[in-house]
Structures are given as C-alpha cells and as structure tokens.
Design a protein around this ligand. Structure first.
Ligand code: UD1
Ligand code: UDP
Length: 368
C-alpha cells in the first residue's frame, strides 16, 4: 500500500492540514502518517485536539527562544530520521514556515517527492514577510506537486517555470474548517463583555513587525479606540514572549482592550464571525475573513493574498502610525466604506479543497 506523510509544526499549518489529514485517513487506498515538528507547542496541540488528530511522530523541537537556525537544523535532521523509518511515497508540507522549508529540504536530500499545499503565494519581496517569502519560493522549487489555492497562485508558479501538469488549483484547505466551526448558538464570556459595543479583533505576531513597527501599530490602534467609546477590542496574544511584552506595554489596563490567551480555533472562528472588523498581520485570517464578510485592515507593508484585496474585503494598512490610524479611523467612521468592505466572497475556495487534493494524490500514486 502507498504511504503519504503530512508534516506540519505551527498553528496555521495545523489548521489547514488537519482537514486534509481527516480526508486522507478516510480513504483506505493509502496509509496516512502524520509527523508534527512541534515548532509550536500549546498552539499546535490546541488545534490537534480540536480536530482529534493524534500524530504518529512528534519531533518536539520548540524552545522558548528559538531562532531560525535552531528550527531549521532540528527539523532537517529530525525529518531525516522519520523518513528513514517510514519510507513515505510522498510527503506533504504546507505554506511557508521554517518547518515547511526545512521538512521539504530534508525530503529533497532523501529523494522523497514533496507535495506543497498552499503553493504559489508571492509578494516577490524576499524580506516581507520574513522569512516566509523565501520559504515558500524555495519549497515550490523543490515540489513535485503544487496545490495552488487560486488561479493567481497557479499563474505565479507557471511564470516561474513550473510544469502545468504539476499544478492543481484546489482552493485553500483553511476554508474547509470554516464549514463546521461557525455556529449561531456559540457563547463565550468575552463576547458577552463586548456585546454592547462594536467588536474589533486584533492579532499581530510577524517577525518583521517586532520592535518599532509593532509599537507604531499599537499606538495608532490605541488612539482610535480612545477616540471611539463604542469600540471594544479583543486581542488573543500570540505566545511569543516578544509579542506579549509589546502588547502589555501598549494596552495593559485599558478598559476596552482585552488581552487574552490564544483562542482555540473553533472559538476564534466564532469570534471573527461576531466581530465588526479585524486588524491583523496574520496570513490565514486574511483568507477566513472574506468568507465571513468581515473587513480586514492588514497591518503589513505587503500581502500575498491579492484576491482578498480585489474582492474588497482586505485593505493593506501598512505599518506606519499615521497610516494605520487613518485607515482604522476611516473604517469606523465611514459607513459607506465599511459596507463596501463587508461583502462576503469566496476567493479562497468552497470548503472542499482537501477532497480535491486527496483525489489528485490517489491518481498520482496510482491508488484504486
Ligand atoms: C511561526 C512562523 C510564521 C507563522 C507563525 C504562526 C517561522 C519562522 N515562523 O512564527 O511563519 O506565521 O508561526 O503563528 O516559521 N511559543 C510558545 N508556544 C507556542 C508557540 C510559540 O511558547 O505554542 C513561543 C516560543 O517562545 C517560541 C516563540 O513563540 O520560541 C516563537 O515561535 P516561532 O515558531 O519561532 O515563531 P512565530 O512567530 O510563532
Ligand atoms: N487563530 C486561532 N486562535 C487565535 C488566533 C488565530 O485559532 O487566537 C487561527 C486563525 O483562525 C487562523 C490561524 O490561527 O486560521 C492564523 O494563525 P497565525 O496568525 O498564527 O499565523 P499565520 O496565518 O499568519 O501564518
């Protein structure tokens, strides 16, 4: 029997790979192995629990002050050992993290074919997002199969010389989870706290935003919230200590800005479904928000998700204090602008991406 192995290590990879794990495991024509690197720990485990996925291998690499060097070298050698014991016919990696890059390199060195889920996203600015733009370009150079979420990502790959018969447009597997997580009867004490106000969801964690950009962004957000008493902000703070320090420094004690621990994915999807708008530097949230018709100000200088911008849901706010202040203020004061950004659209798929990927794998592996 043919064997496929899925490798992932951080929260967003898990949210987008678990639907594919479940789909693959439902097909008895191949054996499905799951290897997590543990680049994240609590944030990864929370997703594994939500999807009831138990990994076959866990490299448990996370360290509280891990660097790109630490993650890369532990994943390259750790995945080598797993490949030697499992001998997969193909390994699937996801997106653009250092787990993704290092796992793909390890497969390349071992001669194991690589399938890249969420292939072809680009900013073409190698330093933004950093190091993700490099990671995804490098993985696509290695990949034998590219699962592109949209036509735009397929075109990027074709322009770079990938063979058309190796690229499959599947939608984004992150949307698969949204089909089941958002519920009308969802309740949470934080949502009760915000029920008398317009709820803003904030997340921020990008490496290139740590330090001054994050301070500027947070200062702009605080000013707008101070000027609008009908806004309340919920900010599930990423577990990176540098992010927690910046968030505390900017917002601790503010009566209408609630800092809290990361939410489990089911809760987070319901929080964004109830929100008025979203402020984020996240990648995955830029894909989820258009499906739910929630305006997003992207707290970054670049985005690899132009489909959401074209759909009108996303606006690139930049990382300057004046720019973030003006964009945020405009969205809370200009009803016409708000309405124009609130239309639900589906640029990232219909929620059946995992099924399409599993179909391609069956053919590629000649499974019956
Ligand atoms: C990583 C990815 C980034 C992705 C993000 C999603 C890289 C280089 N970066 O960035 O592409 O957008 O994940 O969130 O691959 N920590 C915990 N517990 C956890 C998770 C993190 O304590 O469950 C803390 C640890 O101190 C860790 C730090 O956060 O050292 C940073 O984690 P790391 O994975 O290196 O970077 P992220 O910013 O999370
Ligand atoms: N998310 C979550 N809990 C939170 C914040 C985010 O489950 O408290 C989910 C969110 O729905 C999205 C993913 O985490 O699917 C985004 O992860 P993150 O922003 O850490 O990484 P990125 O997408 O930027 O790589």
């Amino acid at each position: 029997m043919k064997k496929i192995m899925l490798v992932f290590g951080t929260r967003p990879e898990a949210i987008k790979m678990c639907p594919l794990v479940l789909e693959a495991r439902s097909r008895d024509c191949f054996e499905t192995i799951v290897c997590v690197t543990g680049q994240h720990r609590e944030m990864l485990d929370s997703v594994l629990q939500a999807f009831h996925v138990t990994p076959d291998h866990d490299l448990s690499i996370m360290d509280s002050e891990q660097t790109l060097y630490d993650i890369s070298q532990k994943v390259v050698t750790g995945i080598r050992r797993v490949i030697e014991s499992e001998k997969p016919d193909i390994t699937l990696v996801h997106g653009d993290t250092t787990t993704t890059f290092a796992a793909a390199v390890s497969c390349f060195y071992s001669g194991v074919p690589v399938g890249h889920v969420e292939a072809g996203l680009r900013t073409y600015n190698i330093r933004s997002p950093y190091p993700e733009e490099f990671n995804r370009q490098a993985v696509d150079a290695i990949a034998d199969l590219c699962f592109a979420p949209t036509e735009t990502s397929r075109e990027n790959l074709l322009r770079e010389g990938k063979r058309p018969d190796t690229i499959f447009v599947t939608g984004n597997t992150g949307i698969d989870a949204l089909r089941t997580t958002v519920r009308d009867d969802f309740k949470h004490p934080d949502l009760d706290w915000a029920s008398d106000s317009r709820l803003v969801i904030l997340t921020a964690h990008r490496r290139e935003n740590l330090g001054n950009p994050m301070r500027r962004i947070f200062s702009a957000i605080r000013r707008v919230v101070d000027e609008h008493p009908d806004l309340k902000v919920i900010y599930p703070v990423h577990l990176n200590p540098a992010v927690a320090e910046a968030a505390d420094g900017a917002f601790a004690g503010h009566p209408r800005i609630r800092l809290r621990a990361p939410l489990d994915v089911l809760s987070f999807h319901n929080f964004i479904a109830r929100s008025y708008l979203i402020l984020t530097d996240s990648g995955g949230i830029q894909e989820e928000a258009p499906s739910l018709g929630k305006p997003v100000l992207v707290l970054r200088d670049t985005t690899e998700r132009p489909e959401g911008v074209a759909a009108g849901t996303l606006k690139l706010a930049g990382t300057g204090e004046a720019a973030v202040y003006e964009s945020f203020k405009a969205l809370v004061t200009d009803g016409v602008l708000y309405k124009s950004m609130s239309n639900a659209s589906n640029p990232y798929g219909d929620g059946f991406s995992s099924k399409r990927i599993a179909d391609v794998l069956m053919k590629w592996l000649n499974c019956k």
